[in-house]
Design a protein. Structure first.
Length: 144
């Protein structure tokens, strides 16, 4: 279990990866906002036929048609919420314990727990710094 915590400290996600994912997510939903809009044939016809008149007044003359063509992209909103949530989870994975004042060093925590555990089970080997070599020598002696 402690090895998994230590691996979070050893293996870093490259900064470029998170920047590319962030830019792609924002660009994708910028494109989705415009591509999900429907083009009304009635509104295009009104706009084209009355091109010589005042465009602003002709575009909004038929307000009922305009309101009937207004569509809220519900699935695009759900997709946006899902992907932005996924992006935030990926950003939290960069530093799972946060960057606040109460942040603690994982290396120190793992080393302390390793020392306490080794003291409990192998008290006369605690003083040695080369703990893994001692364990390997013991295993080799048992096999011979």
């Amino acid at each position: 279990m402690m090895h998994n915590l230590l691996s979070f400290d050893w293996v870093n996600v490259p900064l470029v990866y998170t920047q590319v994912v962030h830019v792609c997510t924002v660009a994708y939903f910028g494109i989705i906002c415009f591509s999900n809009q429907s083009i009304s044939e009635v509104m295009c016809f009104i706009f084209i036929t009355q091109m010589d008149e005042h465009i602003e007044s002709s575009f909004f003359k038929d307000s009922e048609t305009w309101i009937n063509e207004l569509v809220i992209p519900v699935f695009a909103i759900y997709e946006f919420i899902f992907f932005v949530g996924w992006l935030k989870v990926a950003q939290v994975m960069l530093n799972p314990f946060g960057m606040d004042d109460d942040d603690f060093d994982i290396d120190m925590l793992v080393e302390r727990n390793l020392q306490v555990t080794s003291f409990l089970f192998l008290p006369h080997y605690v003083l040695h710094r080369n703990f893994s070599m001692i364990i390997l020598q013991k295993v080799e002696n048992l096999q011979v």
